[in-house]
Each structure stands twice: as C-alpha cells, then as structure tokens.
Design a protein around this ligand. Structure first.
Ligand code: ZN
Length: 80
C-alpha cells in the first residue's frame, strides 16, 4: 500500500496563501518588499499592476526614457 504524503501548497516565502505564479511574482509580501526596496533605492515611482503581463508592460512603458534600456528590462527578472 502506498503511503500518501501531503504536499504543502503554501507560499515558500510567506506561508500565508497558496503558492501560485501570480502570488509569487505579484502579491507575495516578500516579493513586494523587494520591489519596494528597489524602487525606493532608485527613487522610482511605480505601482505594481495585478497581473504579470500587465506588470511587464507597465515596467516597459515606465522605462521608455531609461538611460540603459537593457539594464531596465532585466530588473523584473532579477527581482522575481
Ligand atoms: Zn508569499
């Protein structure tokens, strides 16, 4: 007889809710804190949209006039 082991589906970082891609990338308080820290250090005013695709699009628009677009574009991937 196989023994069933329940897997924890809670977020690895905060443990507060189910670990979904949207939670990890957008709503998790740990990820949000990293974003706030980065935005504060760079003095950037930006609010995180509720969906990943919208966040990437919004970030791309925000960085239209960035001095180094390649560095700007790598920020979301670096934080996530
Ligand atoms: Zn979380």
């Amino acid at each position: 007889m196989k023994k069933r082991i329940p897997l924890c589906s809670r977020c690895f970082f905060c443990g507060e809710t189910a670990e979904t891609v949207v939670h990890l990338f957008i709503h998790c308080k740990v990820t949000s804190q990293l974003w706030r820290l980065f935005l504060c250090l760079k003095n950037i005013s930006w609010s995180m949209p509720g969906k990943i695709a919208e966040a990437l699009h919004s970030w791309e628009e925000k960085g239209v006039h960035a001095k180094n677009r390649n560095n700007w574009r790598i920020v979301p991937a670096s934080i996530w």
